[in-house]
Design a protein around this ligand. Sequence first.
Ligand code: DGY
Length: 317
Amino acid sequence: MHKILDPGPALLAEVVELVSYPEGQPLEESSLRRAAEGYQGILSQVMDPIGEEVLSLPGLKIVSNVAVGFDNIDLEAATRHGVMVTNTPGVLTDTTADFAFALLMAAGRRVAEGDRELRRGEFHGWGIDTLLGQDLHGATLGLIGVGRIGGAVARRAKGFDMQILYTDAVSLPPEVEQELGARRVELPELLREADFVSLHVPLTDETRHLISTEELGQMKRTAVLVNTSRGPVVDEAALAAALAEGQIFAAGLDVFEREPEVHPALLGLENVVLTPHIASGSVRTRSEMCAIAARNLIAGLRGERPPNLLNQEVLDK
Ligand code: DGY
């Protein structure tokens, strides 16, 4: 395991022998395999690539991911090798939705740009046209994905009198649509109509580069794009080009295609807010995520069904 937060280590120490991932080791599958050899459980995090090489380790019973997303783990291979995989859903929903809103506001209202300008000594007094941004209140929000986190963003948007459009494989129940004033549309309509677009889909083969040149070209020139889901859902090179050319107004990104790398073209742009994958990063939520992941691991090692098991098939075998 990597470092985790209280009460995770104490919960685990009561039941298992804890071994830390050797400091300085690269986060490559071969190193992860060497480190996990001979152990029955792995407490993994989003930066750990866990595929065939690790999952085929003899005696491995469970991989407990300290995250709701699990695209770093090959679930199919885990199931094939009889390894349980768990995640930490629910606990981070509102914290992540809060942060998506922070990015919508920061990008739309140019908060980080203003902070940089001021620190450079360029604030010479109130200006009628200083860093004019886009209003959130009353604007149209396009949610790509309305699962737990997307839904929580929608509830916040209601408080800002926003109109909500969404895409998803399935419609929200009619009473929820009515309560939120949300309307399900196809992606091109959402991109054409929305003033703010926020991504809340898992990373799959279907969602990789879901937002690329063509989609960015369909958005309003005044639109803001926010990504708190997974980096590869957005084609970073295409986004950087669209931002540089003023094809959209701004973006807020908490996740990146090749973390921890950030596309160099994005780093040079003023109209993008960049944060280091911290959307779930409140003191309380990260600590609860660690506790949940520890409990999942302990249950799996005891031969019980972990509360957040992703591949029930392993136990059905
Ligand atoms: C997750 O949980 O999937 C986040 O990306 C990390 O908290």
